[in-house]
Design a protein around this ligand. Structure first.
Ligand code: PHE
Length: 347
């Protein structure tokens, strides 16, 4: 058989094989066997040296033509086989769009953070600045400047953890007020501030006491500030926090840093004043301490008590959260049990 005839029959045979196969691996096998280095076409081209110079270009051209043709046919077949394989895979893989998706767990801010930010927002709306201070404080700012000298008996109510004789962890956020008062420039206007944050006391932990809790203290100092301003401010705050129908009442009390001092009650948000378990059947809930800033406190901060007056109050966000959500043990806030904390989703 002439070389041409051999090539011709190789072409025919290979084209049949190509169209017969529907397997990609087998197709590759055909390619290697036909067009590879040890394949028949290479063999023919190698045998060209034995041909006459006239025959050589004719046979060579024919061999190249067949090689190109087969290469193209194999490639075409490959593309269509791949398309079939993809379609089969797509047909086999089913996706049930009605199945529930994978849940993404959304954390929340701590319930106390939520309450504090809510209260901060109320006061920011009334033109107060929010000032945060140090949790580790000096005896001077925490006590002395609040009119609680070293031997003052009222220090007993706020015993704390001492780092040294003069350094302690703060028992209230009042030292932040002292630090702000002494820096305030009254020629630029009134001082209106709240100081939120963690405070610490040497309390025995029980359902209503924790050695760590939170406070938001407020302070306003200007000329002509009166008890009426205090009452009006607290009333607005309580209505915003517990509902427009709430009332407040003031009862005389004592704090070393305010004179006069008051205990503030809010009418019960659960029963509206009828009496229930939340208000211990009194219709009123004790919510905060407040008063007019003691002249000694003003004076120690370099403010003339003959010219300026002010009011101050101290509120416990832990207590607000307990009342609002019916939490009966303050320790829940500090035990980081997600079963408890994740109930408070916020907005
Ligand atoms: N600093 C007080 C406390 O921790 C709270 C308070 C502030 C009371 C201002 C009255 C006025 O007990």
């Amino acid at each position: 058989m002439s070389l041409q005839a051999q090539l011709e029959s190789l072409k025919k045979e290979t084209l049949e094989k190509i169209s017969a196969t529907d397997d990609l691996a087998q197709l590759n096998q055909i390619r290697v066997e036909t067009l590879g280095k040890k394949g028949p076409i290479t063999e023919v081209l190698r045998g060209m040296k034995d041909l006459s110079p006239e025959e050589r270009p004719i046979v060579g051209g024919f061999a190249n033509e067949i090689r190109d043709l087969l290469t193209a046919e194999i490639e075409n077949r490959k593309v269509s086989l791949e398309a079939v394989a993809l379609n089969n895979a797509l047909a086999k893989e089913t996706l049930d769009v009605t199945l529930p998706g994978t849940k993404v767990y959304h954390g929340t801010r701590h319930v106390l953070t939520q309450i504090m930010e809510e209260i901060e927002d109320i006061f920011i709306g009334m033109g107060y600045q929010v000032v945060e201070g140090f949790e580790v404080e000096s005896d001077h700012y925490n006590f002395e400047r609040m009119n609680l000298p070293k031997d003052h008996p009222a220090r007993d109510m706020q015993d704390t953890f001492y780092i040294s004789d003069e350094i302690l962890i703060r028992t209230h956020t009042s030292p932040v007020q002292a630090r702000t008062m002494e820096k305030h420039d009254f020629s630029k206007g009134a001082l209106r501030m709240i100081s939120p944050g963690k405070v610490f006391r040497r309390d025995t932990d029980d359902a209503t006491h924790s050695h760590q809790f939170h406070q938001i203290e407020g302070l306003v100092i200007d000329k002509n500030i009166t008890m009426g301003d205090l009452k009006g401010t607290l009333e607005v705050m309580m209505k915003k926090m517990f509902g427009e129908e709430r009332n407040i009442r003031l009862r005389p009390s004592y704090f070393p840093f305010t004179e006069p001092s008051v205990e503030v009650d809010v009418s019960c948000f659960k029963c509206g004043g009828e009496g229930c378990n939340v208000c211990k059947h009194t219709g009123w809930i004790e919510i905060l301490g407040a008063g007019m800033v003691h002249p000694n406190v003003l004076e120690m901060s370099g403010i003339d008590p003959e010219v300026y007056t002010g009011f101050a109050f101290g509120l416990g966000p832990d207590r607000v959260a307990m009342l609002r959500y019916g939490v009966n043990d303050i320790r829940n806030f500090y035990q980081n049990d997600l079963r408890f904390l994740s109930q408070f989703k916020g907005e």
